[in-house]
Design a protein around this ligand. Structure first.
Ligand SMILES: Cc1cc2nc3c(=O)[nH]c(=O)nc-3n(C[C@H](O)[C@H](O)[C@H](O)COP(=O)(O)OP(=O)(O)OC[C@H]3O[C@@H](n4cnc5c(N)ncnc54)[C@H](O)[C@@H]3O)c2cc1C
Length: 305
């Protein structure tokens, strides 16, 4: 029930506006977001790199409603790509297509995203298209596949697959046949039973099944989870199949299971931290609270410390 409440809160416009504009709200967010500016994000990226972790930076925001906002969001990503390169950070970027204007004009969103991938290709970096709610799944995968077909972009763009969706196995097969890099996660949106598994056990079983397809594919994928059972299953499978630690990476969210991130690196595995930043942190934070309502208590305790 708490999960459903936080997911419902993530869509509340009035609460969002209150949270984003107050100092109290900004303090609430600091556990899971790196700050408000690109400098904050790059500082956090450098700190992660020093711990042996690579990074993917996300300029928080989604569902923009006009072209100007979409272009502004993309501009921040362009700046960030240049700064990552100048500062020689081990970091790439994660982008939501509705942040690039997918709800406003599909062709415009495609061109904005293509320019970003083109920029990343020029400096040998990488753009990951995050996966949003199921209303966007097909269009997001179509964007990535279209970009990936351009030979000069092929190594510089990747997709995300959510193991809670019934369709994901088919999507994985198609993306792998086209040699597209995938980040595998469980999925963070509220979906109806027609499109997504409802039981955690089914989501987890599908996660393990898809992870095995990915690891066997010979393509460099990201296994994004904090679930120790999923991590153990991945390590066991890699060992059993003689898949080297350099053939894939684990991925985790900024501020979540920092102990586990460090342990993986210490044990010789690769781990990338997803660092969100920016003023639009509210729906992101609500999704994190939905995943683990105990986080609400944790945040409140720290707020008054
Ligand atoms: C790098 C990365 C990128 C992602 N990108 C996307 C995306 O593009 N689209 C999408 O829909 N989802 C995305 N997600 C979110 C993902 O779908 C899950 O909602 C989230 O990772 C929680 O699932 P889990 O695999 O960690 O396992 P769960 O079964 O949810 O959790 C397992 C255990 O991990 C710990 N844990 C999990 N979440 C938290 C948390 N928020 N705070 C503290 N502890 C926690 C707890 O100990 C929990 O018991 C991403 C996740 C990661 C790590």
């Amino acid at each position: 029930m708490l999960r459903a409440t936080f997911i419902a809160l993530s869509a509340s416009k009035s609460l969002r506006s209150f949270a984003e504009k107050t100092a109290l709200g900004q303090r609430l967010s600091s556990r899971f977001a790196a700050g408000l500016t690109t400098e904050d994000a790059l500082r956090a990226a450098r700190a992660m790199n020093q711990l042996g972790l690579s990074v993917s930076v996300d300029n928080l925001g989604e569902n923009v409603t006009n072209a100007e906002e979409a272009r502004h969001s993309a501009q921040l990503y362009h700046q960030m790509l240049d700064q990552m390169s100048e500062q020689e950070l081990n970091a790439n970027v994660s982008v939501k297509l509705t942040h690039m204007g997918l709800d406003v004009d599909e062709q415009m969103a495609y061109e904005i995203t293509r320019d970003l991938v083109q920029h990343a290709a020029r400096i040998n970096n990488f753009v990951r298209a995050d996966m949003e709610g199921s209303a966007y799944t097909q269009r997001t995968l179509d964007f990535v596949r279209r970009l990936h077909r351009e030979p000069e972009y092929a190594n510089h763009v990747g997709a995300v697959i959510q193991s809670y969706l019934h369709r994901s196995e088919k999507d994985v097969e198609q993306l792998v046949s086209e040699r597209i890099r995938i980040r595998l996660c469980k999925g963070a949106y509220k979906e109806p039973p027609q499109v997504a598994f409802e039981k955690k056990a089914d989501v987890d079983a599908n996660y393990v099944k898809l992870m095995q397809i990915l690891l066997k594919s010979g393509i460099y994928h990201g296994i994004a989870t904090h679930d120790e059972k999923m991590i153990r299953a991945t390590i066991d499978f890699a060992r059993r199949e003689n898949i080297p630690a350099t053939a894939f990476e684990f991925q985790m969210l900024y501020g979540v299971r920092r102990d586990l991130q460090q342990k993986l690196v210490k044990d010789g595995w690769r781990c990338r931290v997803y660092i969100p930043f920016g003023t639009e942190w509210y729906p992101y934070l609500m999704r994190r609270l939905a995943e683990r309502p105990a986080n609400a208590l944790f945040i409140l305790k720290n707020l008054f410390r």
